[in-house]
Design a protein around this ligand. Structure first.
Ligand code: ADP
Length: 478
């Protein structure tokens, strides 16, 4: 069963907790107060009794006939005071004096009385009394003296204190609870406000932001964090929208070409050679489409983190030479000179196929975008714990403003030129993903004189790990 507090609003939960804690604290405080007050009242009461005892001793005087006489209080007549009494006995048991108030009290056990005064509480005729009994010497004769006070008024006073504490406590708790609720409501209202503002921001209104009245308080910081989340969401949505639009555009172009070729082929009767040529063109476009769809799928797997990587220690120089020899034919066709200066034994931990794809894309671009008969120089070297692979070309170079964007999906500096080379603007996006998933980074800078230099930097595998060829098989993480 769900506890009630888990379904109640925070302000109700806060108020309830506040009231419970406050009640417990007040109960402890009230109990301690009552015990202290009671102790103090009883002590004062006993002090008054002691005063009565000393006063009564002063009222006893030896009379001329050898007896002991009681000369009452000048200010207070014990015979007319119902709450205070005095009794005096001789050691022989003869009562010397008895006040009216103490008439109901039982006689003192004279034999048990000592010089040490003794306090006692007793009930006589339903009334509570406090007595102080002790011995005293009057004119050389020992007497037993007992003074008594009715506790009725004391008890009434204590009762009043208790009533105030017991009935005051719930009143205080209720008032504090109401105050706590109002405070909690006041403190939490901005959160309700934030929630209703946040609810208003739908996918279509992602550019809107929550208002931040005071950015230094907790609510302000919360609103700022939510706004940051909205900003990231908006940028992801934008990227997704652009990606979908660009992808549809790229897919539509080869489809329109295929349709065009098909319609032209069906329009009039053609020779078998012409049909063959048309079908060849169609297949080229289909290849282009297949490549595009494969690349998009790979990128989306990369985004979802579902690409299985098989990471192992790889000799970066050797891998680079492999790529150069497989793309060498393209450079030869363009009469370009590719030089490789790769130190041996620079080992990185990476997925061979994925890293190979990154190097292939960068080198392929250098070949595609550089002029005929130009030079491309590749270097692989170690710098501290990092392996560097640089590909320098003598092409048109990349303007500083485009250096980040060329790694975006579908971004092409010169649309027409790039499309001529068959590029959809995805090569560097794939290269960036492939390098980063292998813990590296990719960047571009100006060439020494002309062109651009693409640089891939990957941490070098520590020698201790190189022996184990297959390091790990893992899924990429986003
Ligand atoms: P594409 O598939 O169009 O080649 P890429 O993602 O590989 O797409 O590259 C993005 C854009 O960056 C290219 O369209 C091109 O304009 C530019 N680019 C990439 N490499 C080079 C280079 N070596 N020299 C000049 N421009 C380049």
């Amino acid at each position: 069963m769900t506890p009630w507090w888990s379904t109640a609003s925070i302000r109700v939960q806060l108020t309830a907790w506040y009231a419970v804690v406050l009640s417990l604290m007040l109960v402890v405080y009230a109990t301690a107060t009552f015990v202290a007050v009671r102790h103090e009242f009883l002590e004062q009461f006993d002090d008054q009794l002691h005063g009565d005892f000393e006063a009564a001793e002063g009222f006893l005087t030896p009379a001329g006939d050898g007896r002991i006489a009681w000369f009452g209080d000048r200010h207070h007549d014990p015979d007319n005071d119902e709450d205070r009494g005095s009794d005096v006995w001789l050691a022989s048991g003869e009562q010397v004096y008895r006040s009216g108030a103490s008439a109901s009290l039982p006689p003192v056990a004279l034999a048990a009385t000592t010089a040490q005064p003794r306090y006692e509480s007793l009930v006589a005729n339903g009334r509570p009394w406090r007595t102080l009994t002790g011995t005293s010497l009057v004119g050389g004769r020992a007497v037993v003296l007992r003074v008594s006070r009715a506790e009725t008024r004391l008890r009434t006073q204590l009762w009043e204190v208790l009533v105030v504490l017991v009935f005051g406590l719930p009143v205080v708790v209720v008032l504090a609870g109401v105050g706590g609720y109002l405070l909690a409501r006041r403190a939490l209202t901005p959160i309700d406000h934030l929630a209703s503002e946040a609810r208003r921001i739908t996918a279509e209104r992602l550019h809107e932001r929550l208002s931040v009245p005071n950015q230094h308080d907790e609510i302000g910081r919360l609103a700022a964090v939510i706004n940051d989340a909205f900003a990231r969401l908006e940028s992801s949505f934008d990227k997704l929208r652009r990606f979908t639009a660009d992808a549809s555009h790229e897919l539509r172009t080869p489809l329109s070409v295929i349709r065009g070729i098909g319609e032209a082929g069906l329009g009039e009767t053609r020779t078998p050679a012409e049909y063959k040529e048309a079908m060849g063109s169609m297949l080229e476009e289909v290849d282009r489409l297949t490549n595009l769809v494969d690349t998009l799928l790979r990128l989306s797997h990369g985004d979802a983190g579902t690409v299985r990587l098989s990471r192992s220690a790889i000799d970066l120089g050797q891998l680079t030479r492999e790529v150069v020899s497989s793309l060498g034919i393209l450079a030869e066709e363009r009469n370009q000179r590719v030089t490789v200066d790769a130190a041996d034994g620079i080992s990185v931990t990476a997925d061979r196929l994925v890293l190979r794809e990154a190097i292939t894309n960068v080198l392929d671009n250098a070949i595609k975008y550089s002029a005929q008969a130009s030079s491309i120089s590749i270097r692989v070297y170690a710098d501290r714990n990092q392996a560097h692979l640089s590909v320098a070309d003598e092409g048109p170079g990349i303007a500083p403003s485009d250096r980040q964007r060329i790694f975006d999906r579908f971004f092409r500096i010169d649309e027409a030129r790039s499309r001529d080379h068959g590029g959809a603007g995805l090569g560097l996006a794939i290269a960036k993903w492939a390098v980063e998933v292998n813990d590296g980074r990719i960047s571009v800078e100006d060439g020494a004189k002309v062109g651009s230099v693409f640089r891939i930097v990957i941490p070098i595998t520590p020698p201790s790990l190189r022996s184990s060829h297959e390091c790990a098989t893992q899924e990429t993480e986003k």
